[in-house]
Write a new protein. Sequence first.
Length: 137
Amino acid sequence: RGLDLHNIEKGLLGLGAIDPYFELAKKYSDAQHGITRWVPFYRSEHIPDIINPYWHPFTLDLEKICHGNLEKELRITVYDYEKHGEDRWLGECFTSVEYLQKSITMHGNAGREEALSVMGKEEEEIGLIVVLQADIR
């Protein structure tokens, strides 16, 4: 879930709120051609008009995420969904499956102690990602 995501929406009378969703990506490196890029492998649903979204739980294949390497770097990118036009990038954080497991909140869905900081364009914190569960089966 997200906590205290920066609200970039003005809305009518200043009452608008973002429609956040997140995307998970893994790093793809082709040393032979000198190519490094992030490849998205999961996208959450967007939640309308909220700065503290609670996204649906989901299950992913460990092989698809990191090929069994729990230390492989992953990127979580948070966007503001736009019905018309391009979605707006809010910020991102970097993690791994191993770190996600260590970051599971011990203080409920609003626990900030173990939360991941989402960093914006100016390297400022624009919100938090709270990991509620990260099981490997």
